[in-house]
Design a protein around this ligand. Structure first.
Ligand code: SAH
Length: 504
């Protein structure tokens, strides 16, 4: 059999967005992914669902698998004809033992490619606001291991040349030897007031950065309890951080925010939160499922020719409506002449994705707003189609009918409480791993309680609760939850703004 190929891929330092396009592409094609402790496990989602995933991670002092075994594993997999993605933290050839893996593959006659990655020091510097070189401060940069091969002594480093011959110095794996590093640099001629930055878990929501001098860095790191993995940057460039930091001073940085929306809807909200620096943790408490029968909606679609207005009150309703439109053998032309009413910008955006512009959007993005807007325009005698969710309030059909419209309200989708996930939320809440819980509808509250259990209010002690608006807040209060943040406008953007304001 022809051997497969091994891609030695630099996964980048943590932020999954920092893998290269080429690395991601190879990862997507792999039959098997062999990954490390420092490669962000989120990247595994990019691999094919049927790809085998093998963890060979190493935590310092707990070598999960010896390097020889990893080398043989890569060769064996390739010899089975497989395409192997070897995902390594940072760059494969910077203190990553990628060289050893490549040499082994070369000796075994196995084809391989090396895809560079963003190495931890470059990434840590960028995310901490420290240019590794700057014309006014230094003209050279040294990357140094603070933890040499176990059978060598630290003394094989030429401290004198390092201390005085190189501008910016960056140490990898240096935390255990921090005292020795600082002492040797001072002893060999670096001024003891040279600035030092220690950056832990760079580029991730757990990033912590400490600035000190060679003289007091050991003491300060101990006091702040900084742990590996960390990058140590020594040099005058560290002082630029004061002006150039941008990552860890965003308003919601370090906040772990639980998003309870459906998996389909969480993306946009997560992104808004992440842009403000928060860590968005998706735990959907709502799952969208098809109604028991499509008959009602299909029959309404068959009579589209007689409909004047179509009201859509969520992106889910848009999805369901258009999937049935297609299933019944129709396309967008069936909507010609119908006034499209979207409850708000998100629903309008879902229409726009299908090439349609909403004719009407109320200023109040709720059922109340839709009813008010339509009644102002006059609804007497109009035939209105409103594909609804199972649990929707009957406000729209009732009030429009009272105002003289003929309203069809077929069931378009149902929502259920997911069977999995409750335990995980409980665990995270008990471990104090959640700072804020967000509720974006009354059903997110109801389902959250159903999933987490009757003692939810107790588990939420000390957790900030953010609700999208008055109805959701009322439901929360009914269950004994205290709402801390509620925006004036019921939108996700306003929710994020209100949280930023709250945490100021
Ligand atoms: N090949 C990797 C380095 C592996 S050696 C690369 O190019 O980045 C492991 C060391 O890398 C750690 O001890 C730490 O010093 C550094 N490191 C890796 N990821 C890091 C991160 N997210 N934050 C800080 N340091 C990190």
């Amino acid at each position: 059999m022809q051997p497969g190929i091994v891609y030695l891929i630099g996964a980048g330092p943590g932020d999954p967005g920092l893998i290269t396009v080429k690395g991601l592409d190879s990862l997507r094609r792999a039959d098997v992914v062999v990954y490390d402790y420092l490669a962000n496990p989120q990247l595994l989602d990019a691999a094919r669902p049927d790809a085998e995933r093998i963890y060979v991670g190493k935590v310092r002092g707990h070598h999960h698998r010896p390097q020889d075994e990893i080398n043989s594993l890569l060769a064996d997999l390739a010899l089975q004809g497989k395409t192997v993605a070897r995902l390594k933290g940072g760059d494969p050839y910077v203190f990553g033992r990628g060289g050893e893996e490549a040499l082994h593959l070369h000796q075994a006659g196995i084809p391989f490619e090396v895809i560079p990655g963003v190495t931890a020091s470059f990434a840590a510097a960028a995310y901490a606001g420290i240019p590794l070189t700057h014309r006014d401060f230094t003209t050279s940069l040294g990357l140094v291991t603070g933890h040499e091969h176990p059978d060598k002594k630290m003394s094989t480093l030429d401290w004198e040349k390092l201390a005085t011959g190189v501008g910016t110095l960056v140490f990898y794996m240096g935390m255990a030897n921090l005292a020795l590093i600082a002492r040797e640099l001072i002893a060999h001629g670096r001024p003891s007031d040279t600035p030092v930055a220690v950056i832990q878990w760079a580029t991730t929501p757990r990033q912590r950065t400490l600035v000190a001098t060679l003289a007091d860095v050991v003491e300060k790191v101990a006091a702040a309890k900084l742990q590996p993995p960390a990058i140590i940057i020594v040099g005058e460039v560290v002082t630029l951080r004061e002006q150039l930091r941008w990552f860890d001073n965003r308003p919601l940085f370090g906040k772990r925010i639980l998003v309870t929306r459906t998996a389909e809807q969480a993306g946009a909200f997560n992104q808004l939160l992440q842009e403000q620096g928060a860590e968005a943790i998706s735990c959907p408490v709502i799952e969208i499922v098809a109604p028991p029968s499509w008959e009602e909606l299909d029959s309404a679609i068959r009579s589209l020719g007689e409909i004047d207005d179509l009201i859509l009150t969520s992106a889910n309703a848009v999805d369901a409506f258009f999937s049935r439109l297609k299933s019944t053998g129709r396309d967008l032309r069936a909507l010609a002449g119908i006034t499209l009413v979207a409850v708000g910008p998100k629903t309008a955006a879902a229409l726009a994705e299908r090439g349609l512009s909403a004719d009407l959007i109320p200023t109040d993005y709720r059922a109340e707003g839709v009813v008010k807007l339509l009644i102002e325009r006059g609804v007497a005698g109009r035939r209105i189609l409103y594909p609804k969710a199972e649990l929707a309030r009957d406000l729209i059909p009732r009030q429009l009918a009272e105002a003289g419209a003929e309203v069809l309200a077929p069931l378009a989708y149902c929502t259920v409480v997911p069977t999995h996930g409750g335990e995980e939320i409980r665990r995270r809440l008990s471990a104090k791993e959640i700072d804020t819980v967000t509720f974006t509808s009354s059903s997110t509250v109801e389902n959250f309680i159903a999933m987490v259990g009757a003692d939810a209010a107790e588990l939420l002690q000390g957790v900030t609760i953010c609700s999208i608006g008055p109805l959701t807040s009322a439901t929360a209060q009914k269950h004994g939850l205290v709402v801390d943040v509620e925006p004036a406008a019921s939108t996700l953007e306003a929710m994020v703004e209100a949280m930023v304001e709250y945490f100021k």
